[in-house]
Design a protein around this ligand. Sequence first.
Ligand code: ZN
Length: 73
Amino acid sequence: MKCLYCKGELKRKKVSYTANRNGYHLIIDDVPAWVCQQCGETLFDEATTDAIQSMLREMDRQRKQLTRIPVAA
Ligand SMILES: [Zn+2]
């Protein structure tokens, strides 16, 4: 597998994935990724992307529920 941007060598590594969402910020440690040895670009394969997306969907849902809790007067 080669880097999409510079055609450099990709190495399997674990990285931290950061998501800045509306209402919360999420950091997931030890996410398996392909990291370019040349330009440092990080690529995720489809299974990893899907897993992250479903985590974010669930977080969005729960975050929405949290906003529905009334603030006591
Ligand atoms: Zn690259």
